[in-house]
Design a protein around this ligand. Sequence first.
Ligand code: SF4
Length: 211
Amino acid sequence: MPPGSRSAGLVARLGASVTIGRKKALPVEITAVAWLPETTPCPELTPDGLCGIHSAKPQRCRTMPFYAGREEADQAPFLLPRPGWQCDISRTAPAVYDGGVVLDRADFDTERQRLEQQADTIRAYATRLVSQSAPLVRDLEVLGKRPGGGRLALAFTGILPRLGGDTAAFARQQVPVLRAMAALTAETPEHRRFHTYYASTLRALEPFVPA
Ligand code: SF4
């Protein structure tokens, strides 16, 4: 994220601030992403267009379209419907955001609270990664030169032991999903980078799952 932008301070506090060369520190947002090919819908989306795990869906889905990793006054860009979204943008639709304030804010506040709670762990991990990986620093430097910044996707398996949860339980849940996605992306050349990621993540998680 560009250092001077409105949410830069929050992004650095919730993620990391990486000093590249002798330049100013670069605010780096660190967040979980669903790593799916653009043409592949969420595996939990049912044929009738509803969420198959509505009552247990992730907090990120609950807060959509807002994102608590940005300042509340910076939420307007997230309200622009993207292609394929079925948003009610008629004049009779209920207001959700007014004057830089999220009106129905329970999920926004919950997501912000969770981001605050995990910030120390995320920052420590990011600091270690950056100190050990010159290629990562080079990639960040390239992204930092772009006007709006950019995104870099990394496997999440390295941070698992630091989260203090039940890695085996996590692996039992994730391995079937990863196997399905690896099979789905095995044959299509444009999905190769996704298949490579699913396969490498499976190699990291399968040792935690009994054969
Ligand atoms: S709400 Fe979230 S979990 Fe449910 S279908 Fe949409 S993206 Fe998937």
